[in-house]
Design a protein around this ligand. Structure first.
Ligand code: PHE
Length: 354
């Protein structure tokens, strides 16, 4: 974009009408460039380029009275060139002012116009469930701690009763970092870490991310678990059952049914799974619950004596239970979300729902 102020101009030079015309033109270009709207621009154009008495136009009239032919020609060329450039600058300025939609009266900004309503943000469903889970277990005296997501193979597997070569390792769909480290496939390695740090008794929950090579409507490569650990003298399976019942009723309300099913985990004995009746179909059977009417929301059991020993705890004196809750299952049930992938795709239409 040229503003017409650069580049050689024929004629003019120092002194006489030539330098007057340059001074006038310089002021004109200045005013064109700073014209804030089309009305001001039109006024500037009229002042300098107006037919009869425009400040640049009047130089044209003087040309004829210059006696020296050479000087006359030079001034004529100078004035013509300046008029042409100024006209171009006015046109460019007009185009740029029109571009931003400013013309005549509508260019004014109406400061009294009410602003769009402010929309309040809210927590993501997964964050809400985390908050609820912390609160519920907080009422039972659990403290929340964290563990590393890049975990040693030893903690993720070996010390929770899955030694190298153990077939159960194959079921974990592990992301390996190198020979010694993995992305933790569950929060259970923090059982060992917490035992080594806190000993007994302890009541701890571990909310966090875990990773598995898995992806469909109910499985995600990264998902959230909350591990729970309760160790003391005389802890029994009935304590686990009471704790899980309290948790399920607090999250879902007393009207939702739960059931404990016998199961198997390497690091607990006996082991159970906690099912909650499906929120989508009310127990009749649907896509989410794969027709069973129940959704599995947690694995749990009495901590295996080997695992207590690996954590430096005397299994002849202490016993404990552990559980691992799948957070997105809880969120899907609590909010009736049928496809759990929605929780991670960050589709605004989904996440902006209050
Ligand atoms: N770590 C198990 C899983 O990811 C869940 C679990 C935790 C089971 C604690 C028992 C005790 O499936």
């Amino acid at each position: 974009m040229s503003d017409g102020r650069t580049g050689p101009l024929p004629g003019g030079g120092a002194g006489g009408a030539g330098s007057d015309v340059h001074a006038v033109a310089a002021a004109a270009f200045e005013e064109v460039a700073s014209a804030a709207d089309l009305r001001v621009l039109d006024a500037v154009r009229a002042r300098y380029l107006g037919r009869g008495d425009g400040l640049l136009t009047v130089f044209r009239k003087r040309i004829g009275s210059i006696p020296d032919a050479e000087a006359r020609r030079a001034l004529g060329q100078t004035v013509n060139a300046l008029v042409e450039r100024l006209t171009g600058a006015v046109d460019e300025r007009r185009a740029s002012l029109s571009d931003v939609g400013t013309d005549g009266a509508s260019e004014a900004i109406d400061l009294s116009w009410p602003p769009p309503p402010l929309r309040r943000g809210h927590l993501h469903p997964v964050s809400r469930v985390f908050r609820d889970v912390r609160r519920i277990f907080g009422q039972l005296g659990y403290i929340a701690v964290e563990g590393p997501e890049v975990e040693y193979d030893r903690y993720n597997f070996t010390l929770v009763n899955m030694p190298p070569g153990h077939p159960s390792r194959d079921t974990q769909d592990t992301f390996f970092i190198d020979d010694d480290r993995v992305l933790r496939t569950h929060t259970s390695p923090v059982q060992i870490r917490s035992m080594l740090v806190r000993g007994a008794p302890q009541r701890v929950i571990v909310p966090g991310k875990v990773y598995r090579r898995d992806y469909d409507a109910t499985h995600f490569p990264m998902f959230f678990q909350v591990e729970g650990i309760c160790i003391d003298e005389g802890i029994a399976l009935s304590d686990l059952k009471g704790t899980l019942e309290f948790f399920a009723r607090s999250v879902y309300g007393a009207d939702r049914s739960i059931r404990l099913r016998p199961h198997h985990f390497e690091f607990t004995e006996p082991s159970v799974e906690l099912d909650v009746s499906c929120a989508m179909c009310g127990g009749k059977g649907c896509r989410l619950c794969k027709g069973s009417g129940w959704l599995e929301v947690a694995g749990a059991g009495m901590i295996h004596p080997h695992v207590l020993g690996n954590g430096g705890i005397d299994a002849s004196r202490y016993s404990g239970f552990a559980f691992g809750i799948g957070i997105e299952r809880i969120a899907m049930l609590a909010y009736g979300i049928e496809d759990g992938r929605l929780l991670y795709e960050n589709d605004v239409r989904f996440v902006s729902q209050g």
